[in-house]
Design a protein. Structure first.
Length: 448
């Protein structure tokens, strides 16, 4: 009994002591050290959200140490998109286009783009059709809108800014069947030979033009215009090259199908990639309009005749020199220390193998009958997996690597030792890829 009383007394004493401590401390948490969780990075501040992205395609870094860190301006004609991406295929910038891509869109140093687009209703509807040129600001406002679209003539494929601020563009011009027959064409058809126009965007005035129609030769009908010996006149264009060689690619008369234009400021010449002839023509830009329509005058003394041509000597029945191109895109003349060199993508349609060439052009343009007039091959690249029948191109990167656009698939980066160090593949139809340093004025102008 006494033991139970003592235990009861002990428990009462403990209870009173506990209550006294509780009343002295008030809120226990105010005396205890404040609980602190482990710090968690704010997703927005840490860049986590920014780093979470959906790549624009499948990327392979095959040798990351040799990859150029730059932006690529992608022209995806299938999706009618023009955008900048980095090497992880992260979308960095995109422009809104009012019309479908006619093919080319490229970036200017002030952040504007020059776009070759389709008109609202293209009148000459071959592949690469256009009819509209626009200059578009970074905020997508249209600064210049030039429509050159009719049944008689239409811009197509490609355009380029000149140092004087003017713009040159490719043009199809229609020649009716009667005109074609009189010129010595061997088929009964309308045809659409190539022309080049130079436009002043401040006035929309066409200040200079060149027409293939003024520089033809044919050996089909001695009673018709332009009759002569093709092999003796490499400066002239054989009107019947395509049908004479068993082909008529377009029943509607797309005779030559030029697909690219480029300007060499040092030599004041224009390069025209003539796809169905599998060659590149070089014409003198220094001529007056009158000289450009004739055979004399200009810096090279030939008027608007070809001052040089290369890629397929068979077009002028030359048995000397090796054929390089089986359809080709993007003659890309180099500048600076690489002046005189040219990159080009040979599609290889007849041989199912594409090849990128770096060529050394002659110091002095010259075309001689019965001579090997082809440029020297400095470097080339092909691969069993590299084959695109259409579009495509190649550009040199600052580290010396070559960025190849494989039109049906995506992009390759290849070293001079022919090592593939990076690849991008996606669904699309990639006209070209242009490279821009992350410090380039074009990129700074976009605020990137």
């Amino acid at each position: 009994m006494r033991k139970n009383v003592l235990l009861l007394f002990f428990y009462l004493l403990l209870s009173v002591s506990f209550l006294a401590c509780s009343s002295d401390t008030g809120d226990i948490s105010s005396e205890a050290p404040e609980y602190q969780e482990e710090p968690v990075d704010d997703p927005e501040e840490s860049g986590t959200i920014e780093d979470e992205f959906t790549p624009l395609g499948n990327v392979e870094f095959l040798n990351p140490d040799l990859v150029e860190d730059h932006y690529i301006l992608v022209n995806d004609a299938a999706a009618n998109r023009a955008y900048l991406m980095d090497k992880e295929a992260r979308l960095k910038y995109e422009w809104e286009l009012s019309n479908n891509i006619g093919n080319d869109v490229f970036l200017l140093p002030n952040g504007n783009i020059l776009a070759s687009l389709e008109s609202d209703d293209p009148q000459i509807r071959f592949g690469g059709k256009g009819g509209r040129l626009q200059i578009i600001a970074p905020d997508n406002s249209v600064l210049w809108d030039f429509i050159y679209s009719s049944e008689a003539a239409e811009t197509h494929h490609d355009a380029e800014f000149l140092p004087n601020g003017n713009i040159i563009a490719l043009v199809w011009e229609r020649k009716l069947e009667e005109e074609a027959l009189e010129a010595g064409f061997m088929l009964n058809s309308n045809i659409y030979p190539e022309a080049v126009i130079e436009v002043n965007p401040s006035t929309n005035e066409i200040i200079w033009e060149w027409h293939a129609w003024d520089h033809l030769i044919q050996d089909h009908d001695p009673a018709k215009s332009n009759y002569g010996v093709v092999s003796q006149h490499p400066e002239l264009i054989d009107l019947n090259y395509i049908p004479k060689n068993g082909g008529w690619p377009q029943a509607q008369g797309d005779l030559m199908h030029a697909n690219a234009i480029a300007y060499d400021e040092i030599n004041d010449v224009i390069f025209i990639s003539v796809n169905f002839y599998s060659e590149v023509w070089v014409i003198d830009h220094s001529t007056t309009n009158e000289e450009a329509s004739g055979h004399v005058g200009g810096a090279y003394g030939k008027g608007g005749d070809l001052v040089y041509r290369f890629g397929n000597p068979g077009t002028y029945e030359n048995t000397n020199g090796n054929r390089l191109f089986y359809n080709q895109h993007y003659p890309n003349p180099q500048v600076g220390t690489d002046q005189g060199k040219l990159l080009i993508f040979s599609n290889g349609n007849d041989i199912s193998q594409s090849t990128v060439y770096e060529l050394q052009l002659p110091e002095n343009f010259e075309l001689l009958p019965g001579s090997d007039n082809e440029p020297r091959i400095l470097w080339s690249y092909s691969d069993s997996e590299l084959y695109s029948e259409k579009v495509s191109g190649a550009v040199k990167l600052p580290n010396g690597n070559i960025l190849i656009t494989e039109g049906d698939h995506g992009f390759w980066e290849v070293t001079r030792d022919r090592e593939v160090v990076w690849k991008f593949k996606s669904e699309g139809f990639f006209w070209r890829g242009y490279s821009y340093s992350k410090e380039a004025p074009e990129i700074k102008a976009l605020g990137l």
